[in-house]
Unconditional design. Structure first.
Length: 320
C-alpha cells in the first residue's frame, strides 16, 4: 500500500518534470511539447479531423500530402501554407503544389487552437498532427508525434522543384530522398501513402497515353476512359477500391503493374524497394504500419525550426 501511495505522489511530479524539460528543449522535437502550454491541443485537432473525414473521406490523402510537400521544401516549417504576397510567389502557387487541397481545414484548426491557446501551437506542428490523425481515421496506424516545430517566414515557388515528381525514375527518387536524409526504405514506405486519396489526371496522363510496358494494358485503358483529353483536372483513385482505407492495397496495385504514377512503377526497378513492394503485397499490414510510423516521424524532423527560430503564426496563411 505504501508503495502505491508513493507512486501516486511522485508520478505527477515526474511527469511534470518530463514535460517541463520537453517544453524547454532547444533544437529538438519531443512528444508532449504542449502538455503544459496547450494541453488540449491534440484533442482539438483530433476532434476537427474526425468531423472533416466523416464528411469528406477523400480529404485524408490531401491533408497527408500537405505534410509531405511541406517537409520536402525548406523543411517542416509550414511554408507550404503561406499565401503569395507583395509580388512574391509562394510554394502553394508553384506548379507541383497547384493541385494541393485542404488549406481551409488547416485554417479552421488553427482558428480553434488560437481561441484555446493564443500564439502557442505552430502551423508546422498542426500539419504533422493532422497527418497522423487522418491516417488513424483511415484505419491506419497511430504514432506519437514529436512536436515543438516553429513556423518559417519564407516561401518561394521556385523551390518546389525539390519535390519528387510523379514522372521520376528510381535513381532520381532515391537521390531526392537522400538529399533530405531519407533512405530507399523511407522512399518505398512513404510511397505507401498513395493507398489513400486521389490524383489529377494531369499527373499521369502522358504515361497512359504512351506504350509504357510497365503499366497493365487493361488498367491503362480504364484510366484513359476516365481521363479524357483536356479533362486533366479529373480526379482518379490512387488505390482503386480502397482509396479511403489506409492499407497495403497500394503495394498490391504496384506489384501487378497497376501503379498510377511512373514513380510507383519505378519502385519495382530497384532490388530493395521491389522486395518491399512484393512483401507487403502478400503480407499483413503490421510491418508496413510500423515502418510507416517510423518513416513519417523521420520525415517530420527534416529542417525543423525550434527554439527562437521562426515564429508561431497567428494565421497559417500569413506571417505575423
Amino acid at each position: 500500500m505504501a508503495s502505491k501511495v508513493l507512486l501516486v505522489f511522485f508520478l505527477p511530479l515526474v511527469l511534470s518534470l518530463f514535460f517541463s524539460g520537453c517544453a524547454e528543449a532547444q533544437g529538438r522535437l519531443c512528444v508532449g511539447y504542449y502538455s503544459q502550454t496547450c494541453p488540449n491541443a491534440e484533442a482539438i485537432i483530433s476532434a476537427e479531423m474526425r468531423k472533416t473525414i466523416n464528411s469528406t473521406p477523400s480529404l485524408a490523402g490531401s491533408l497527408l500530402r500537405l505534410h509531405f510537400h511541406d517537409c520536402f521544401v525548406r523543411g517542416c516549417d509550414a511554408s507550404v501554407l503561406l499565401n503569395s504576397a507583395n509580388g512574391k510567389v509562394a510554394e502553394k502557387d508553384g506548379v507541383p503544389n497547384q493541385s494541393l487541397r485542404g488549406y481551409g481545414v488547416i485554417d479552421t484548426v488553427k482558428a480553434k487552437l488560437e481561441k484555446a491557446c493564443p500564439g502557442v501551437v505552430s502551423c508546422a506542428d498542426i500539419l504533422a498532427l493532422v497527418a497522423r490523425d487522418v491516417v488513424v481515421l483511415s484505419k491506419g496506424p497511430y504514432w506519437q508525434v514529436p512536436t515543438g516545430r516553429r513556423d518559417g517566414m519564407v516561401s518561394i515557388a521556385s523551390e518546389t522543384s525539390q519535390l519528387p515528381r510523379p514522372a521520376d525514375g528510381i535513381s532520381q527518387l532515391i537521390q531526392n530522398f537522400a538529399d533530405k536524409g531519407l533512405s530507399a526504405q523511407d522512399l518505398v514506405v512513404l510511397s505507401g501513402a498513395h493507398t489513400i486519396g486521389k490524383s489529377h489526371c494531369s499527373s499521369f496522363s502522358s504515361r497512359i497515353n504512351s506504350s509504357d510496358p510497365r503499366i497493365d494494358s487493361n488498367y491503362a485503358a480504364t484510366l484513359r476512359m476516365k481521363c479524357k483529353p483536356k479533362h486533366l483536372t479529373t480526379l482518379v483513385q490512387m488505390d482503386p477500391g480502397s482509396f479511403t482505407t489506409f492499407d497495403t492495397g497500394y503495394y498490391m496495385q504496384v506489384s501487378t503493374s497497376r501503379g498510377l504514377f511512373n514513380s510507383d512503377a519505378a519502385l519495382l526497378q530497384n532490388p530493395q524497394t521491389r522486395a518491399y513492394v512484393l512483401r507487403q503485397a502478400t503480407g499483413s499490414a503490421s510491418e508496413f504500419f510500423k515502418d510507416f510510423s517510423d518513416s513519417i516521424v523521420k520525415m517530420g524532423n527534416i529542417g525543423v525550426l525550434t527554439g527562437a527560430a521562426g515564429q508561431i503564426r497567428k494565421k497559417c496563411f500569413a506571417v505575423n
